[in-house]
Design a protein around this ligand. Structure first.
Ligand SMILES: C[S@@+](CC[C@H](N)C(=O)[O-])C[C@H]1O[C@@H](n2cnc3c(N)ncnc32)[C@H](O)[C@@H]1O
Length: 226
């Protein structure tokens, strides 16, 4: 388990506190639509932190090729139809370049600034010169609008129960997922980044914003600095 990260509930838990069975149950949202609108059809996508393939599988159905990376073998065991690579994103060095590198699920906000920087450097190391990096960042009220919850139409509740500052600009966040027959929690460290701080972090990795793809600014397309 990574320090400051934890998870409870049935089944395997990843080093960042995610429950594998939970992710097999979570439906895919609008992520594939956002991604498909932002990248060339049929692109080869390097998906960093793919989990069980919740988004991967929808991308494959749309005709993309995906290489899925995760540090959890238990997560990757559920991925079908994509090449899988197990290991920490921040250390990834495949010696290959991809049309698209994707860092979703707010991973860029990792509580350890060196891990976050390492992830962005891994994005830059693997993106083709003419390719792009898709990043999903937190919404502006992620840590302010707490507690909050959403009842999914399929019958489970997601709750961000708390977000407490723990020093050095880092928050400890507790998320709860309640299904009729099971419940999971995840505790993780997140570093909120203003737009300026986010763009500065990109610049340090040799990347720059090409477009904010959604009105809430959460999905970003970045490109290598020429
Ligand atoms: C919140 S889950 C999201 C999974 C998937 N992106 C989705 O949306 O369904 C985060 C995933 O990223 C993986 N992960 C987190 N930090 C990682 C790191 N530093 N290196 C490799 N995998 C990581 C976890 O193991 C987990 O499977």
């Amino acid at each position: 388990m990574r320090e400051g990260y934890d998870g409870t509930g049935p089944g395997a838990i990843t080093p960042d506190g995610c429950a594998v069975e939970l992710y097999t149950r979570l439906p895919v949202g609008d992520e594939p639509d956002v991604i498909a609108a932002a990248v060339p059809a049929g692109a080869h996508i390097l998906e960093l932190g793919s989990g069980v393939g919740r988004v991967t599988h929808a991308l494959l159905e749309r005709g993309f090729t995906v290489t899925a990376v995760d540090e959890s073998t238990e997560m990757l065991a559920h991925v079908r139809g994509a090449r899988t690579i197990c290991g920490p994103i921040e250390d990834l060095d495949l010696g290959e370049r991809f049309d698209v590198v994707m860092l979703a699920s707010f991973l860029v906000h990792n509580g350890d600034v060196e891990v976050s920087r390492g992830m962005l450097r891994a994005c830059a190391r693997h993106v083709a010169e003419s390719g792009c990096v898709l990043i999903q960042r937190e919404g502006g009220d992620y840590h302010a609008n707490v507690p909050r919850e959403r009842v999914d139409p399929s019958g489970f509740t997601v709750r961000i129960a708390s977000s407490e500052p723990v020093g050095d600009g880092v928050h400890s966040v507790r998320a709860e997922y309640v299904f009729p027959d099971a419940a999971w929690t995840q505790t993780f460290l997140a570093r909120p980044l203003t737009k300026e701080q986010f763009e500065q972090a990109l610049a340090e990795a040799g990347l720059e914003v090409d477009a904010y793809l959604t009105p809430d600014g959460m999905w970003v397309r970045a490109v290598p600095v020429a």
